[in-house]
Design a protein around this ligand. Structure first.
Ligand code: GDG
Length: 454
């Protein structure tokens, strides 16, 4: 059987016990259940970042990592990946901060990864590369003579050709995608937009099944939505409900309904409009004053990028305004924290909530929506309010779907959810749960690897 090699920008440490442990490590666990190699950046910045590989064995998985230099980190990670590609692929052209030297750094780091990874590879390895930091890695591996099957999965959205053309030297990046055997997207829409770019901007023909065959190119674009370990998460939530933290949370609510939001502190997540929406709910529907508490957990992220610092200031201000305007001496409407909480705690909190508020302006998929659904008690479930621009909305259609740019619409949806009869909540949640338990982390890994095997 072929060995599986996973490559991602950050490699989870096998001993990681921090609050953010989870994420990709959980999502990809199934791909490595029979063992394999996980390769990428150690998360360390060091002066001697010369591509030396550090190895840690844990069970049947080898974790192999390299360090980055400060200059590489600045150009590759803070620069091109998070200040050009991230805003571009989330439809935010106005936030792009492109510098040629960042693009050069991005290519150089991908070359560094390729040289180190090529030395680790065995001829039959199936190589599965993840996300926008590493788009050119496949092409760099091919330049080094690597003949293995190479797959790539983009966790974030893709944009229509009319937006993609804003990217300086964008066609070079499109050609880099063409070095893979399989390129995966979260949704059918993202896949279609990518295929349009390949056809319109590169002039290649894409067949109905997403295959491009032209010269040296033999690539297939597929839609393969990511999911969660729904059964595992449901069990975590049932247990978390009895945890000391969840009990404390419930006691602090004194019977009020809980609205919960959980996001990385990121401008794609629609947090300012969401805060505004909550303010408008309290203004337009005064019957909910003192009856509802909104807990927003927004773990700080990418603090080196200036846009994220500006967002944090904006949210601090908005949170202060809402609480200053509506709070009573014994009720604080908005509880806003920028610290991460543990996964167990999170699971219990989702289950305690009447409403899961997930309103990104754009999102590849959004796993929080799926976690909220998996965590619910079927007998007395909460309501999911979901942005139409989250990839998850493609199949979680029984959520209350909203336009995340319209705070009034979100406020009305919160009101609808707060007064929704139990029968309707159960009915909607039963449909949502069927989907979340059907498209899981396991099916995601299995389907992608089946296509990659060819
Ligand atoms: C990218 C794409 C796509 C959040 N706060 C805490 C915490 N989290 C966990 C959540 C969830 C994960 O982080 C966030 O995943 P999302 O999918 O919501 O969003 P991104 O981080 O932007 O992920 C996204 C995803 O990749 C996978 O393909 O769905 O579209 O943007 O698991 O629970 N976890 C803990 N404490 C926190 O405070 N423990």
């Amino acid at each position: 059987m072929a060995r599986i090699v996973i490559v991602s920008n950050r490699v989870p440490s096998p001993t990681e016990r921090g609050p953010r442990a989870g994420g990709l490590a959980v999502g990809l666990a199934d791909a490595l259940k029979d063992g394999g190699l996980w390769f990428g950046w150690s998360g360390e910045i060091s002066a001697q970042a010369d591509g030396t590989v550090k190895r840690v064995e844990a069970g049947n998985i080898t974790y192999a990592t390299i360090d980055l230099s400060q200059a590489d980190y600045d150009r590759f990670y803070v620069g091109y990946a998070n200040s050009t590609l991230w805003p571009l692929l989330h439809f935010r052209l106005g936030l792009i901060d492109f510098r040629r030297e960042d693009l050069e750094g991005y290519i150089e780091v991908n070359r560094l990864y390729a040289a180190a990874l090529a030395r680790e590879l065995q001829p039959d390895d199936l190589v599965w590369i993840h996300d926008y930091h590493l788009i050119p890695l496949g092409q760099e591996l091919r330049r080094l003579g690597v003949k293995n099957r190479l797959g790539f999965f983009l966790h974030i959205p893709f944009v229509p050709a009319s937006l993609f053309t804003a990217l300086p030297q964008g066609n070079t990046l499109l050609w880099a995608f063409c070095a893979y055997d399989v390129v995966g997207f979260q949704t059918e829409q993202h896949r279609r937009d990518f295929v349009d770019c390949i056809e319109q901007l590169l002039g290649l023909t894409v067949r109905g099944d997403g295959t491009v065959v032209a010269g040296a190119v033999s690539m297939r674009a597929i839609a393969n939505p990511i999911g969660i370990d729904a059964r595992g998460f449901a069990a975590l939530a049932a247990k978390g409900e009895r945890s000391a933290e969840t009990r404390r949370l419930k006691e602090s609510l004194v019977g009020r309904s809980l609205v919960i939001g959980v996001d990385r502190l990121d401008y794609t997540k629609g947090l300012p409009a969401r805060f505004d929406a909550f303010g408008r709910l309290l203004n337009a529907f005064p019957e909910h004053r003192q009856k509802v508490s909104y807990l927003q957990i927004a773990a700080r992220s990418r603090e080196d990028v200036s846009e994220y610092q500006a967002l944090r200031r904006e949210l601090d201000r908005k949170a202060g305004n809402i609480n200053g305007r509506f709070a009573e001496f014994d009720w604080v409407p908005l509880r806003y924290m920028t610290r991460a909480v543990s996964r167990n705690t999170l699971a219990g909190f989702y289950r305690a909530a009447r409403i899961g508020l997930v309103t990104p302006l754009r999102d590849g998929m959004n796993l929080v929506a799926k976690e909220f659904v998996a965590a619910q008690d079927e007998r007395d479930p909460g309501v999911l309010i979901l942005s139409r621009f989250a990839g998850a909305a493609e199949n979680l259609t029984e959520a209350l779907i909203v336009n995340p740019y319209d705070p009034d619409e979100i406020a009305e949806a919160i009101h609808t959810a707060l007064v929704m009869p139990a029968d309707e909540r159960r009915d909607r949640m039963a449909h949502l749960r069927a989907r979340v338990f059907d498209v899981t982390a396991e099916t995601y890994c299995r389907n992608f690897l089946a296509v990659l095997k060819g």
